[in-house]
Design a protein around this ligand. Structure first.
Ligand code: SF4
Length: 230
């Protein structure tokens, strides 16, 4: 059975004007995955998501029943918290969620860049925003069949177009089983045609055997951004 999508009231598109719906801000910490793995970063996790993946590990930033813990914050308040955490030093700010593409982040990125920060954003690729072109890094993470979501691939294409030339754009696909692996395989051609970083496969639950998956990934040319299989 497919997981349900979030309804319009839950999406976060109706947040107060330019204020951002925030679940949590934390760091500095080390980015543990994707093209910026190993990079010091502060995470700004926005609240609200248009998906309901079966294995989502951040439901506290997705489900409306957790909204009591969410805050509406101005751009100045978000940047103030980032600067407090870093001791006023510039850093890579990772915008995550939920789905951060549902929030009004253009001014946050513009103002933060003036303070020396760089911005990375992680999204499933369901909603494109013109301000993607102002990012330094964009990670698109289309959800495979095991998520229970019927992925909107046209949205993903729009995200790649919106990003344009400026950000380093990469695809990241979680793989739990053979069906997911076949899904990930479709994106090799997509990423090559768009000039993106190679699709990366991982198997966090080790449900189908890491070694076998790794051999399959090698055969398919799967690499991380540094050229090493992970
Ligand atoms: S898209 Fe991400 S944040 Fe949203 S439900 Fe799926 S895993 Fe959770």
């Amino acid at each position: 059975m497919r997981a349900r999508l979030g309804n319009a009231e839950d999406l976060g598109r109706v947040s107060r004007m330019s204020e951002i719906r925030i679940s949590e801000i934390f760091g500095p910490t080390i980015q543990g995955e994707g093209p910026l793995i190993g990079t010091p970063t502060v995470f700004v996790r926005t609240a609200g998501c248009d998906y309901r993946c079966t294995w989502c590990d951040t439901l506290y930033a997705v489900l409306p029943e957790h909204r009591e813990g969410w805050r509406f914050m101005s751009n100045a308040a978000v940047l103030g918290e980032v600067n407090r955490l870093t001791g006023e030093r510039p850093i890579v700010v990772t915008l995550s969620g939920g789905n951060p593409a549902l929030q009004p982040l253009a001014d946050l990125i513009r103002l933060g860049r003036k303070q020396g920060h760089r911005f990375a954003l992680e999204t499933q690729g369901s909603v494109a925003q013109p301000w993607f072109s102002q990012l330094d890094s964009l990670v698109l993470s289309p959800k495979p069949p095991s998520s229970g979501i019927a992925m909107n691939l046209s949205g993903l294409t729009e995200c790649i177009k919106a990003a344009g030339e400026r950000p380093s754009t990469a695809l990241k696909i979680v793989v739990f089983d053979d069906e997911d692996f076949a899904f990930a395989g479709h994106f090799g051609a997509v990423s090559a045609a768009a000039g993106l970083s190679p699709a990366r496969q991982s198997d966090p639950a080790d449900r189908i055997g890491y070694a076998r998956l790794a051999r399959a990934a090698v055969s398919a040319g799967g690499q991380d951004a540094r050229g090493a299989l992970v």
